[in-house]
Design a protein. Structure first.
Lengths: 284, 264, 271
């Protein structure tokens, strides 16, 4: 059981003078229950990869398989892979939140009653009380609420794999935390792939990290390996370090030394910094 | 951020035609159109076609880009050719297909109109192929300026055109994202009859219009904050003017084109 | 000086006022950060600064000019530049330099002066060399810097930013805030920054917190950052860097409350 992308290459405007290669032989696999972070600078191909994984791009080369079945443009696999686009609250079209959430299940052929029930269940799953929020007009919701309602619209289809494109972008700290909490809960029912620019988001909970740079894979591995690779990845601009770790790295650079274990643990980072101070490090 | 390619889109090669003032090019396009409709025979049409072919060659725009513009009107050209050349059971014919037939006179008429459309389309596409959108809207504004004596709000129209040009790529991206987001939620856009397809697009149009109106409102606020209050008292950073050479080329070539149409 | 005196404002259809008795002032060269949860009145406050909205009660004065006086509105808008959250909502031109020229063109300046102002504004946000680029081919960070340049080209004394970094990635955000800080502290603009990023608060000279349209805090940024409950109520969080600062202080190291970025912590430890 897995969502597998093998050797995906994608080129826009192929054959024309404006052609440009968005993805170059990228491979990726997610299993149900896994949380994978997809990092990389703007324009590195993250969104294109996500769209390919959802079967929305006729990729120039490579294969996408869902649980051993090749994904196509047909509706059948749509049920298995859900995708949340950037700024999803700008895509609401129904007059009520509940109606919007029922759109996906209804497209999958579920009855009107079942589709509504799925929508309401998904609203509860994202922490929005269905009887309070269900009847509301989508554009009256606050930032964090709207983002979660849009997520419910995808979850209502009960996907086995969930692809999220910058799910917390533009939200304040409270909204961001509420969305992160929903993502953490969702991984128990689905494999989750999250594209984010926020290196602190979910990094403590992730199973694996994939870093893209200029359409290629710059790094793929588990979180400890990612942290170890960060000095090299930040040097090329492929990835941003979580702020606590960036502090440690900056201190080491300032003192002209290396060696502290890369960590996300705040206590450990604090004692490392204190040790550096105590050892009388002098900035270069 | 993928490049959007379309019919007649600006190709930034470097040529004398690119350097010619936009207003002069608009004038020449108008002269070409006039000449084409005045020309009464193949001789005149031939000279005008040759002039346009020479302009295409000197513009250094790849022929593929010119051809893309033709693709869209090929149906009209073929239809014109057939509609004019087919006769019902004529006495003399070059080719018979059942009761329908092609005769020499019909073929001549059909070919004449078809070539006229071809030359017209290539000539006007060349205008947009060699002129950047900014220059084009600036040129249009100057060409239309006399209309402001008739109280036509020329400046506001030009500003509207500029904003439309600015927001085409942004809106296209937005529409693409909405369509894909709904496809990801199981919506199907490419199945069923025309009515079913049109209905499938309704959920796309709602958020798209919603976004457009929201953006229009935000943009109006931002323009007000930057002191936009209509075009009165407004200056331009690049106040382009017709140079002597632009006048010379426009009047000289324009007169020549019209003369060809008049006499041939 | 940009001054709010007991300003109230209510939208025509709303039951509760969006702002209620707000007073503060902003001097040139000063960076004032305004925080508050959704619906606290931050954006309304920003739009009152240059007469896009006019107060229902109280007065907004820009260098002594009253925004309620219709005849002064264009003078006021030249003095106060605005930058909004989504750069795509404010870029008008089809190329970078044409957009930047939009404001000066509206002021009716002679072409030579517009060219000079555009060049200066684009340089000061680090956009040289991109003059002929079309806006849709810019990154979000570049678009936001273009929006800043567009406001700067008007030659304003005050700049109002309404959550300018909400759409940006970390690198874009750092570069935007660095520009904003420089505009206040080096180029002497009075800057009002609406934000929901705790790190922005730390860089400000003064902080103002709104809740339900009323000022619930005005004072030093460190004092706001030290009040966890108030921060949370304003939709802000100091996150793991806040915790790191606490741990370091517990270990006896002199790290200020406002040190929420790698640079500021390291600078505090090794001055």
């Amino acid at each position: 059981m897995a969502l597998t992308l093998a050797d995906i290459t994608c080129e826009y405007a192929e054959g024309s003078p404006l052609s440009y290669r968005a993805l170059e032989s990228v491979s990726l696999s997610i299993e149900p229950g896994e949380l994978v972070l997809l990092l990389g600078p703007t324009g590195s191909g993250k969104t294109t990869l996500l769209r390919a994984a959802a079967g929305l791009l006729p990729s120039s080369a490579g294969t996408v398989e869902v649980d051993g079945v090749r994904i196509g443009v047909r509706g059948a696999q749509r049920a298995a892979v859900g995708m949340l686009f950037q700024r999803p609250e700008s895509q609401f079209f129904a007059l009520s939140v509940e109606e919007d959430c029922a759109f996906g299940p209804r497209n999958l052929g579920r009855s009107d009653k079942d589709a509504r029930a799925d929508g309401r269940a998904a609203l509860a799953q994202v922490g929005l009380d269905p009887s309070t929020f269900g009847p509301r007009e989508p554009w009256t919701l606050s930032g964090g609420e709207a983002r979660r309602a849009a997520l419910a619209g995808v979850l209502a289809m009960r996907p086995r794999y969930l692809l999220l494109d910058e799910p917390t972008a533009g939200l304040d700290a409270v909204g961001r935390d509420s969305v992160a909490a929903v993502i953490e809960r969702t991984r128990h029912t689905a494999g989750v792939l999250v594209v984010t620019h926020d290196p602190d988001l979910l990094i403590r909970r992730a199973d694996r990290v994939l870093v893209m740079s200029e359409g290629r894979t710059a790094f793929s591995g588990d979180v400890p390996a990612f942290l170890a690779a960060l000095p090299a990845l930040t040097a090329t601009g492929a990835a941003e370090a979580p702020e606590v770790l960036r502090t440690l790295m900056l201190a080491e650079r300032r003192l002209g030394r290396a060696g502290a274990t890369p960590t996300l643990d705040v206590d450990e980072a604090a004692s490392s910094l204190a040790r550096m101070c105590a050892e009388g490090g002098v900035p270069r | 951020m993928k490049p959007i390619s379309g019919m007649g889109q600006y190709v930034p090669t470097d040529s004398p035609l690119h350097h010619l003032d936009a207003a002069a090019k608009i004038g020449l396009a108008a002269a070409l159109t006039t000449a084409l409709f005045m020309a009464s025979g193949f001789a005149g049409l031939g000279v005008l076609a040759a002039a346009v072919a020479w302009a295409v060659a000197s513009s250094r725009v790849p022929l593929r880009a010119v051809a893309r513009g033709l693709g869209a009107v090929s149906f009209v050209v073929v239809f014109t050719l057939l509609a004019n050349s087919l006769r019902w059971e004529p006495a003399v014919a070059l080719l018979r297909i059942g009761p329908l037939a092609v005769d020499a006179a019909g073929l001549r008429t059909g070919a004449f109109f078809a070539v006229r459309i071809l030359v017209l389309v290539v000539g006007t596409t060349l205008l947009t192929l060699t002129t950047s959108p900014v220059r084009l809207s600036g040129g249009l504004e100057r060409v239309m300026r006399p209309l402001s004596w008739l109280r036509v709000p020329v400046g506001d129209l030009a500003m509207t055109l500029t904003i439309a040009l600015r927001f085409i790529p942004t809106t296209a991206e937005e529409a693409e994202r909405i369509v894909m987001a709904q496809q990801a939620r199981g919506a199907v856009f490419d199945k069923g009859g025309p009515i079913r397809r049109a209905r499938a697009y309704a959920p796309v149009l709602v958020p798209l219009f919603f976004q457009l109106f929201r953006r229009a409102d935000a943009l109006a606020t931002a323009m007000e904050a930057r002191c936009y209050r209509g075009t009165e008292g407004r200056t331009r950073m690049r106040e382009e003017r017709m140079r002597g050479v632009d006048w010379l080329v426009m009047l000289g070539l324009g007169a020549a084109l019209v003369a060809v149409g008049w006499f041939l | 000086m940009l001054e709010f005196a007991e300003v109230s404002f209510a939208y025509p259809t709303a039951t509760a006022p969006a702002l209620d008795g707000v007073s503060f002032s902003l001097e040139p060269g000063q960076l004032l950060v305004v925080v508050g949860a959704n619906g606290s009145g931050k954006s309304t406050l920003a739009r009152l600064c240059d007469g896009l909205l006019t107060p229902g009660g109280g007065r907004v004065l820009v260098d002594g000019l009253d925004t309620a006086d219709v005849s002064l509105v264009w003078d006021i808008r030249v003095k106060v530049g605005m930058v909004f959250q989504d750069p795509d909502d404010q870029i008008v031109g089809t190329t970078v330099d044409d957009d930047c020229a939009f404001g000066p063109e509206n002021l009716g300046l002679p072409p030579e002066e517009i060219v000079a102002r555009v060049a200066e504004a684009l340089t000061s946000v680090g956009m040289d060399g991109l003059e002929r680029r079309e806006p849709h081919l810019l990154s979000e960070g570049q678009k936001q810097r273009l929006a800043i340049a567009g406001a700067l080209a008007m030659g304003p004394r005050y700049l109002v930013f309404d959550e300018p970094s909400a759409m940006l990635d970390p690198a874009g955000r750092r570069s935007a805030i660095a520009i904003i800080e420089r505009l206040a502290h080096e180029q002497g603009h009075g800057v009002l920054l609406v934000s929901h990023d705790a790190a922005d608060v730390a860089r400000a000279d003064r902080a103002l917190a709104l809740s339900g349209g009323c000022v619930v805090f005005e004072g030093a940024p460190e004092d706001l950052l030290a009040d966890a409950a108030l921060l949370r109520a304003c939709g802000l969080a100091t996150g793991s860097m806040g915790v790191l600062g606490e741990r370091l202080r517990a270990l006896g190291l002199a790290v200020p409350v406002g040190a929420l970025e790698a640079e500021s912590v390291v600078d505090a430890l090794w001055p």
